[in-house]
Design a protein around this ligand. Structure first.
Ligand code: AMP
Length: 281
């Protein structure tokens, strides 16, 4: 397994590979867990070369504290990847290596999609995500790139990005991996105290109840229930609970025949912001 820190060295390796190779790419911010590994395993099955980037992207954070406290564990990450396959190529660049001298976001027009949920609550977040992925896609030139449904809105944004930037890459969405109690795996879970970790499972439990009751109850009733139940939990602070049409991620007011819906939650456990979502029908 090889780790590259510079674009030049990485491209030297990727460019000497035979023409019939296909490159699978998994962009991550590190602090890897089984959720990331599930994306890597899928990429290993579908490509001859697999590149995992480990880069905490400064432009997608709207909060300096969140950026500085984001876990950075390159050594453990490399170990976990090498246990998965010795053939994986890791790209762990510095911000200057990705951005040059101007570490800032490009402004994208992702349409209404960018104004819902994460876009509404994290100003500039998707411009930061789009910018870093545009740089990384141009450096790596992957055939396929793998993204988790854990960040379902991000997955839809990335599909738009490749159209806007005219990038020849196929975007592959992958299911959410969960801990045995249901909590969605996340690098941020490492920052939870024991008490916060015990309570964090509440997020996936509310999503599960919403899914179970989706046929009988109205969207208003389900939303009220979720908001009231969160209000009673003093360990979690709900930022949003939304039931949205999966096509445009617009908040749904009423269920419509033939449409697909998902429920989305963002909540704080202390300073740690957690997100999760679940298909409802
Ligand atoms: P991150 O390192 O958090 O930026 O995540 C890198 C990629 O891994 C993104 O495409 C995430 O959606 C995906 N991912 C993160 N957590 C999970 C999970 N629990 N299950 C599946 N994919 C995940």
């Amino acid at each position: 397994m090889k780790i590259y820190h510079t674009t030049k060295r990485l491209q030297e390796i990727l460019h000497v590979t035979p023409i019939e190779t296909s490159i699978g790419f998994i962009p991550t911010m590190g602090a890897l867990h089984e959720g990331h590994i599930s994306l890597v395993e899928r990429a290993l099955k579908e490509n001859t070369v697999v590149v995992v980037s480990i880069f905490v992207n400064p432009t997608q954070f709207d909060n300096e504290g969140d950026l500085s406290k984001y876990p950075r564990t390159l050594e453990e990450d490399s170990k976990l990847l090498s246990q998965t396959s010795q053939d994986i190529i890791i790209f762990a660049p510095t911000p200057a290596e990705v951005y040059g001298t101007a570490i800032k976001s490009k402004k994208y027009d992702f349409g209404k999609l960018a104004n819902e949920m994460e876009g509404k609550h994290r100003k500039g977040h998707f411009d930061g995500v789009g910018t870093v992925l545009n740089h990384l896609f141009r450096i790596i030139e992957p055939d396929r790139a793998y993204f988790g449904e854990k960040d379902f809105q991000q997955l839809q944004i990335v599909k738009k990005l490749v159209v806007l930037e005219n990038l020849p890459v196929t975007i592959v969405g992958c299911p959410i991996l969960r801990e045995t109690d249901g909590l969605a795996m996340s690098s941020r879970n490492k920052r939870l105290t024991v008490e916060q970790r015990e309570n964090a499972v509440f997020i996936s439990e509310i999503l599960k109840i919403t899914q179970q009751q989706f046929q009988e109850k109205t969207i208003e009733e389900l939303t009220q229930f979720a908001e009231n139940t969160f209000a009673e939990n003093k360990h979690l602070d709900l930022e949003y609970f939304e039931i949205a049409n999966i096509k445009n991620l617009k908040t749904a007011k009423k269920k419509k025949e033939g449409k697909k819906y998902r429920a989305f939650i963002a909540a704080f456990a202390g300073e740690v912001r957690l997100i999760d979502n679940l298909a409802l029908n």
